[in-house]
Write a protein that binds this ligand. Structure first.
Ligand SMILES: [Mn+2]
Length: 330
């Protein structure tokens, strides 16, 4: 059992000595990783140090509920991807890893500073791949990183905004399977504190449900995919289901997991508009394909919308255009 009061004191000193705090949750970010990362951002703010949270997952890999949290949290916190981090990387940064302690599970593994500038907060067991860190609080007996961070926030006497209380509760909820496993009396105490700060169990439960419903809709689209003889996946969605552009894009992203060069998803987005979302690995320039259908994009990603035409017509138009002649010359 580690001592969280020591962690608070030692961590505070390190944060105050740093120019900026880089908060790194694990890849395939989940509720616990993002909730605890946002909570840590709140602590750096109290200590008047800037912080960024680095999340580098492609959008189709992020759970819908986690995405909702990130979209909302962006109003108050800085969440950037690896590319953006590399543009603004600077000296004197402190890395705080949360919900992770292994090199191969983080997006900035090649950017880790020396161990004096690394803090790890985690509840996964250590092994020989654990990142060297001068300060680490790793306790597998605790339910979640969010539980640890909530305690830290309490020690800092920070007033938790209700939204952040929800994110932290979502983290605990995920890792305890809705408080049905690994939840100690300490965990329940932390949950009670979060609820006193305005966390709402209904809101948190909805985050999990929406994830399920949206995923299912994306998977419905994926299940309609047809593979052409020239390694392109196409989806013609059902005419009477309205999808969001984001769902079409997620299905197109998802299809790139398979042995295809590109994917095109055609669906009804309402208001008599048929939208096409296109993604490519590299051989096919989908931006140029979309341009010929009055849309746009770049080599890897593109989209268009067609008014007053059926999904069948839109798919026919698309099929005429996607010929191997549009492969990028190599
Ligand atoms: Mn966790």
């Amino acid at each position: 059992m580690e001592n969280i009061k020591n962690l608070k004191v030692n961590m505070e000193q390190k944060i105050l000595e740093s120019e900026r705090v880089v908060i790194v949750p694990h890849n395939n970010v989940d509720f616990d990783a993002i909730g605890s990362a946002i909570g840590l951002s709140l602590i750096t703010r109290k200590l008047k140090r800037p912080s960024v949270i680095v999340v580098d997952d492609p959008i189709y890999k992020i759970d819908h509920g986690v995405q909702l949290i990130m979209d909302e949290a962006r109003k108050d916190f800085t969440i950037i991807n690896r590319e953006k981090y590399l543009e603004e990387e600077k000296e004197g940064e402190l890395f705080v890893l949360t919900d992770v302690n292994k090199t191969y599970l983080i997006s900035l593994n090649d950017k880790l500073p020396s161990k004096e500038r690394v803090i790890i907060i985690d509840h996964h067991a250590e092994d020989d791949k654990t990142i060297p860190a001068e300060i680490k609080f790793i306790d597998p007996s605790i339910s979640s990183a969010s539980e640890i961070v909530t305690k830290l926030i309490g020690l800092h006497k920070i007033k938790l905004p209700p939204e952040v209380a929800n994110y932290l509760l979502a983290g605990i909820y995920l890792d305890t399977n809705k408080l049905s496993k690994n939840a100690s009396s300490e965990t329940m105490h932390v949950v009670a504190k979060l609820m006193e700060s305005g966390a709402n169990l209904n809101v948190v439960t909805d985050l999990f449900t929406e994830d399920f419903i949206s995923d299912r809709r994306v998977q419905e689209l994926v299940s309609r995919a047809k593979m052409t003889s020239f390694s392109v996946a196409t989806v013609s969605a059902s005419e009477d289901t309205e999808y969001t552009r984001e769902e079409l894009a997620k299905a197109a992203d998802y299809l790139l997991k398979y042995k295809v060069d590109a994917s095109f998803v055609v669906g009804n987005v309402g208001d008599h508009i048929i939208s096409i979302s296109a993604r490519s690995k590299e051989k096919i320039d989908v931006g140029s394909v979309m341009q010929q259908l009055e849309g746009g994009g770049n080599q890897f990603s593109g989209a268009t919308k067609l008014t007053d035409c059926s999904i069948e017509d839109a798919t026919k138009k698309l099929m005429k255009i996607i010929q191997p002649t549009y492969y990028v010359k190599q």
